[in-house]
Design a protein around this ligand. Structure first.
Ligand SMILES: *[C@@H]1O[C@H](CO)[C@@H](O)[C@H](O)[C@H]1NC(C)=O
Ligand SMILES: *[C@@H]1O[C@H](CO)[C@@H](O)[C@H](O)[C@H]1NC(C)=O
Ligand SMILES: *[C@@H]1O[C@H](CO)[C@@H](O)[C@H](O)[C@H]1NC(C)=O
Ligand SMILES: *[C@@H]1O[C@H](CO)[C@@H](O)[C@H](O)[C@H]1NC(C)=O
Ligand SMILES: *[C@@H]1O[C@H](CO)[C@@H](O)[C@H](O)[C@H]1NC(C)=O
Length: 791
């Protein structure tokens, strides 16, 4: 993906949590760090590789086909690795001569049974880590309690039995291991447990039962393990979860129930103030009744992703006022109202692909006043969900602490200015693959802290200078895979610390001379049809001389319209001096012809309206009105004419349009003059639709002011939709003044590109004559439309 740099930044947050949860503990207990200073190595009589360290000897006896613990290892062996051998049984007193062992690895052997608490007879008194993974252990034989003496119980901090063949246990099977803190039983075939299985493990802090076949857990399952803090039951087949399973666990902090088949939660009423992490993801919870989650009064992290949750009641999360992170990705939410109203401490909210039916309620996130990261990708969000134009209220109102906003893969073709205004602290905004077509002036105005903006994979064809705030912090902009044709000359003047620009795969043919780029930065302009002509000369020279890093230089090629020799060559190999020498003769001859042409054009320009008017009358005389299909019928339409304009242009309507209509077009009696004449009993949008549908002609008044307003664009859109629906050419554009091409909204350009009628108002008298003549002609009929405009 072209946009990797942004995602790397993003993933850090989640990754850190995962790293902490998974790796943190093992790191802490990895007593013999890898940076240990080594003294020397040797090989023992039994073939073990011995490494002498300041703490003792590390003996590595792997892959030696050993049947038993080898004899003759140094007395001060602290680490003994016996993995990958063929040991079947461990004989009494095997380890008696190795009293210093703190780490013993017996993984990958042929041991099928071990005696639960009876490591003592083997000669083990105290050991930190006992590895028995990846073996064939089917059975753990319990200690005979009647012959057990207290001083027999060995001290083993961690017992790892991951990936064996354990299916079930006798009661009290771990009796005698009352000093063990961590027991790992993951990746076995355990299907049943009783509430006496783990009795004897009085000091157990963490138990891992993940990846087994557990379906049901009995009441009071861990009643013997009073100090248990971390319980992993993920990836089993548990169907319903009951709070009584973990009753009396006053220290339980971390509960992972992810990847089970839980449909119902019955938590009872006991509260669990110690629980801070609860993972219920990848289950089958489709809705949550109102009590269950409230009992976890101190919950900090809740993951309920991938549950097909469709219903959240207003008080579902009401007890979770201390929640910091809430993950609800991949749900089917359709019924939810104010679900987050009590979460004023929430930092991370992940709703990616969660919402099936987005609410039009823009107060959804109002109470999340501490939120730092909000993920809303893949939710079919539309621009109207983010900004209510009627109340001018943004969905992000109150989210003043937000740093990251992810809106990727939605349907945000026209973002309304004002949408992002509340996000004063936002640093990363992701909008890629969101069908964005137009960027209105000022759409990112409030984003004064924005550092990275991803707009890749959209349909943007232009971006104007004033799209970013004046005091912008922007340093990474990704606009790759769009339809950009030109880069505005001062766009990057906003921030001297601008770092990276990704504009690969657009339609850029040239970079205008004088375009301002920052001093030290990175650019990817590959896969654009850049024409290597003398116009691009300055850019190529500048790339070579300044401190600019060009990404994919060998993919940044000269297009077909380049100087012949350069076609398909990297632009950095373009040597303009070779082709673009100064040619005096050419310049002089060009300038003489130039003066003549300019003089003639000036004359034509000065009298252009007179020319145009005469040409129009001539055309009318020759062609008549043959092309017309629908003659004007008074009674077919409720209104004869519908004028749509913004408040700023009211003056023009009052001073010019109204008097002319009265004087020259007295038959036009039923006219809608803008918003004031709209149907009163309707909502605004509906009233706009109504006026357009029921008018013979709709005229849109364009001025430099109106094209900047979101509401006006909405009017243009409504008019175009009606054009498509009625298949009649019933819309005309009036340009009240010259508007720069760059300022024209996308929809207007689309309209003009289809040769639709427009008229230009001028101060010139002949120009005005032409204007009214064209207007008169167009008011007589509506042409039939033969193609649809892709709105
Ligand atoms: C080890 O010693 C115990 C008694 O301390 C005895 O019950 C057991 O059978 C012995 N195991 C082996 C394999 O010799
Ligand atoms: C436990 O030890 C006692 C005394 O040695 C013996 O009588 C009893 O059969 C043993 N129980 C088991 C289950 O081996
Ligand atoms: C372990 O249990 C024995 C009795 O079986 C007891 O004497 C000892 O104090 C216990 N140790 C711990 C740490 O609870
Ligand atoms: C053990 O489980 C049984 C049934 O599964 C239950 O009746 C009993 O109360 C539980 N014991 C404890 C101490 O919770
Ligand atoms: C949520 O915010 C709204 C508006 O800001 C406020 O009226 C309401 O009291 C808040 N609710 C809670 C539970 O804080």
């Amino acid at each position: 993906m072209a946009s990797t740099p942004l995602y790397t930044l993003l993933c850090l947050g989640t990754a850190c949590v995962l790293f902490f949860l998974s790796g943190g503990l093992s790191l802490k207990y990895d007593i013999l760090g890898r940076n240990e200073s080594l003294n020397f190595s040797s090989v023992s009589t039994s073939g073990c590789q011995l490494t002498y360290t300041s703490r003792g000897v590390n003996a590595s006896c792997t892959n030696l086909n050993l049947h038993s613990v080898p004899e003759g290892l140094p007395y001060n062996t602290t680490v003994l690795d016996l993995s990958r051998n063929v040991i079947e049984t461990l004989y009494n007193k095997s380890f008696t001569y190795l009293p210093d062992i703190i780490k013993l690895d017996l993984s990958y052997n042929n041991i099928t049974a071990i005696e639960g608490g009876t490591f003592k007879p083997l000669g083990i008194n105290e050991i930190h880590v006992l590895q028995l993974t990846l073996g064939f252990i089917k059975n753990i034989v319990p200690l005979n309690q009647s012959i057990h003496h207290p001083h027999h119980s060995p001290k083993i901090h961690l017992i790892n039995l991951v990936s064996n063949y354990l299916i079930s246990f006798q009661d009290f099977v771990f009796w005698g291991l009352n000093q063990t803190n961590i027991l790992k039983l993951g990746y076995n075939f355990i299907s049943t447990l009783s509430n006496y299985t783990f009795c004897g493990l009085d000091q157990l802090i963490e138990i891992d039962l993940s990846d087994n076949n557990l379906i049901y857990l009995p009441e009071g399952m861990f009643f013997c393990n009073k100090v248990l803090q971390k319980l992993r039951l993920n990836r089993n087949k548990i169907q319903s979860w009951s709070g009584s399973t973990i009753s009396n666990l006053c220290s339980l902090n971390h509960l992972n129930l992810s990847g089970n088949k839980i449909k119902n939660i019955d938590n009872g009423t006991q509260t669990f103030p110690s629980l801070e992490y609860l993972d219920l993801s990848l289950n089958a919870i489709t809705y949550i009744q109102f009590i269950p989650l409230q009992i976890y009064t101190n919950l900090k992290i809740l993951d309920m992703s991938n549950n097909d949750l469709f219903w959240i009641l207003p008080n579902t999360f009401s007890g979770l006022t201390n929640l910091k992170e809430l993950y609800l990705t991949n749900e089917l939410l359709t019924h939810y109202s104010k679900p987050f109203q009590y979460m004023s401490n929430l930092h991370i909210l992940d709703l990616s692909s969660a919402i099936q039916d987005m609410t039009s309620d823009v107060t959804l996130f109002t109470n999340l006043t501490s939120l730092k990261r909000l993920f809303l990708c893949k939710n079919n969000l539309q621009s109207r969900h983010l900004f209510d134009t009627l109340t001018s209220r943004s969905l992000f109102t109150n989210l003043e602490t937000l740093l990251t906003l992810d809106l990727r893969e939605n349907d945000l073709d026209m973002l309304a200015p004002g949408t992002f205004n509340p996000l004063k602290k936002l640093e990363i905004l992701l909008l890629s693959q969101s069908s964005v077509k137009v960027l209105f002036t000022g759409v990112f105005e409030g984003l004064t802290s924005l550092k990275a903006l991803d707009l890749s994979d959209n349909y943007i064809s232009s971006i104007s200078d004033d799209v970013f705030p004046i005091q912008s912090q922007l340093s990474v902009l990704n606009m790759s895979n769009n339809n950009l044709g030109i880069i505005s000359m001062t766009l990057f003047n906003i921030n001297p610390d601008f770092q990276s620009l990704y504009i690969q795969h657009n339609k850029i043919t040239t970079i205008k001379r004088g375009t301002i780029f920052p001093k030290n930065f990175t650019i990817d302009a590959s896969r654009n049809p850049l024409g290597c002509t003398c116009d691009l000369r300055w850019f190529v020279k500048w790339l070579r001389l300044s401190n600019v890093e060009v990404i994919h230089p060998n993919d940044t090629l000269c297009s077909q319209s380049s100087i012949k020799d350069m076609v398909e060559s990297p632009i950095l190999s373009f040597n303009p001096d070779k082709y673009c020498g100064i040619n005096i003769l050419l310049i002089t001859s060009v300038s003489l012809t130039g003066i003549l042409v300019v003089a003639l054009s000036l004359l034509a320009y000065w009298k252009r309206w007179w020319f145009n008017y005469k040409a129009f009358l001539l055309r009318l005389a020759i062609c008549g009105y043959k092309e017309m299909v629908q003659d004007f019928e008074d009674h077919d339409y409720e209104y004869q004419l519908n004028l749509m304009f913004q408040e700023e242009d009211q003056e023009w309507v009052d001073d010019i349009m109204k008097p002319v209509l009265q004087e020259r077009f007295p038959h036009l009696e039923r006219v809608v003059f803008g918003d004031n004449d709209l149907h009163l009993g309707m909502f605004y949008i509906n009233a706009l639709h109504y006026a357009v549908e029921n008018s013979f002609k709709t005229v849109l008044l364009l001025s430099n002011n109106s094209v900047r307003e979101a509401w006006f664009i909405t009017k243009v859109r409504i008019a175009l939709e009606e054009l498509n629906d009625s298949k009649l050419d019933k819309v005309i554009l009036f340009f009240l003044e010259d508007i720069d091409d760059e300022d024209l909204p996308y929809l207007v350009r689309l309209f003009l590109s289809k040769n639709k009628p427009y008229m230009l108002w001028t101060d010139d008298e002949d120009g005005q004559k032409l204007f009214w003549a064209q207007f008169e002609k167009s008011m007589r009929s509506n042409k039939e439309l033969n193609s649809v405009i892709p709105v």
